[in-house]
Design a protein around this ligand. Structure first.
Ligand code: LLP
Length: 418
């Protein structure tokens, strides 16, 4: 039996499909590069999250940074999912997509006055505050607006999530949150500021986490703090444990299931009686998307075979900056294999999707699907080398919807002046 990478992108007689649409049809009709998402994959993950956390009062806040396409945010809104945001722009998109303000939480170490005012006016559920000075600024701005701002403190529990250093956020030396040892003092201060309502506690330790144990450690440490705060008369309502659950990038990867994650954290959070908030990004959307690209040329140098494709680090930055592995599949299987570097057209040596990879022997004109690109793919894309961003397509069973048009050259110069 044919092994498929996941159940949404499957081979039928050697041809790759997304749900019931042939990838070749998409490539020919819409051209490449194009991000292709499976709606069923997204809905299934949403339902898995809901099911796994159904035994406890939980607000699921999708991390918009993973993929902020409006159609994807709308799917979240339609399924009662809230949002975790990190900028005014994300707030704007979340609201446009219909996410209600009382389901929006806002983290980030550098919120500007403009962004703070915007979020207070929108009456979001909570600011996840990352420094003492931020507390003062939110208090001041809320005062000017004659409003009360709800805040939670993001604590840094000093836990190693055992992931890539660039996406570890819960270590003492990282820029995120307030050291857990200083948190009591900061809570006491916050509770005295008259334009703030202190409602919760937040921690997020990192991303692409492949083990449950760092979560247990972080949540246990935070539970201790919650109990200490309670003894001092500071009563909270929300316990936000962040996101970070890993996904499958390599065929052999076995990330923890959402249920395993829920079963590990719910009993710990239950002890506090607080309402739980989770902020999944990658695990909601990552495996639902692929980047479809066409081989422009193949080229041989002394000991290397290169497959040069029409998409590069401007569309998918992860290999260049984290040396991230993305599995690559041909959309039509070939008999023969080669070992190759799969590279983009950009003028940087870091512009690669795979190095020394055994892969089907594709030729000029063939198409490749770069797997697990639903999260931190399009959302991290750029126009480097004046390349228009890729189109984005949502597949729903046997239908395709263009959820973002391909950028045009005219669009790229619209904001520039002579
Ligand atoms: N909550 C907060 C406060 C976060 O900073 C993040 C991600 C999340 C939730 C969602 O984490 P997730 O469930 O997606 O792991 N660009 C990197 C990932 C950066 C993650 C930043 N924060 C990558 O491509 O791997």
């Amino acid at each position: 039996m044919e092994q498929n990478f996941n159940e949404y992108f499957v081979y039928k007689e050697g041809e790759l499909y997304c749900e019931n649409v042939k990838m070749e049809t998409i490539a020919q009709k819409y051209k490449t590069p194009v991000y292709v998402y499976s709606k069923r994959a997204i809905l299934n993950r949403i339902n898995e999250y809901k099911e796994a956390f159904s035994s406890y009062d939980t607000l699921i806040c999708y991390a918009v940074k993973a993929n902020s396409n409006l159609s994807i945010l709308k799917i979240m809104a339609e399924n009662d999912i809230g949002c975790d945001i990190v900028s005014g722009g994300e707030l704007y998109k979340a609201k446009k997509a219909g996410i209600p303000s009382n389901k929006i939480v806002y983290a980030g170490v550098g919120k500007t006055d403009f962004e703070i005012e915007y979020a207070i006016r929108e009456n979001i559920l909570s600011f996840n505050v990352e420094s003492e000075i931020e507390l003062d600024v939110i208090d001041e701005i809320a005062g000017k607006l004659n409003k009360k701002a709800r805040v939670s403190i993001r604590v840094n529990p000093d836990v190693n999530p055992k992931t890539h250093p660039y996406i570890s956020t819960g270590l003492r030396e990282s820029k995120f949150g307030i050291d857990i040892d200083d948190a009591t003092y900061v809570y006491e201060k916050a509770s005295k500021l008259k334009n703030l309502e202190v409602i919760g506690i937040h921690c997020h330790i990192g991303s692409q986490i492949m083990e449950i144990s760092p979560y247990i450690e972080a949540v246990e440490k935070t539970v201790q703090l919650i109990e200490k705060l309670k003894d001092r008369g500071i009563k909270l309502r929300y316990f936000d444990i962040g996101g970070g659950l890993g996904i499958k990038y390599r065929p052999e990867d076995k990330p923890p299931s959402i249920k395993e994650f829920a079963d590990a954290v719910i009993p710990l959070v239950k002890r506090t009686g607080l309402k739980l908030i989770i902020e999944p990004g990658r695990s909601m959307i990552g495996e639902a998307g692929v980047l479809l690209t066409q081989v422009i040329f193949t080229k041989d140098k002394k000991s290397k075979h290169f497959i040069i494709v029409d998409s590069g680090m401007n569309d998918l930055l992860r290999p260049a900056i984290y040396n991230a592995y993305h599995h690559i599949l041909p959309i039509q299987k070939k008999e023969e294999k080669v070992v190759a570097d799969v590279v983009g057209p950009i003028c940087e040596t870091g512009d690669f999707f795979a190095l020394d990879r055994e892969i089907d022997n594709v030729k000029r004109g063939d198409y490749l699907a770069v797997m697990s690109c639903g999260a931190y793919g399009s959302s991290m894309s750029s126009n480097y080398n004046v390349r228009p961003r890729a189109m984005e397509i949502m597949v729903d069973n046997n239908r395709c919807y263009v959820i973002r048009e391909r950028e045009t050259y005219d669009y790229l110069i619209q904001l520039e002046n002579f």
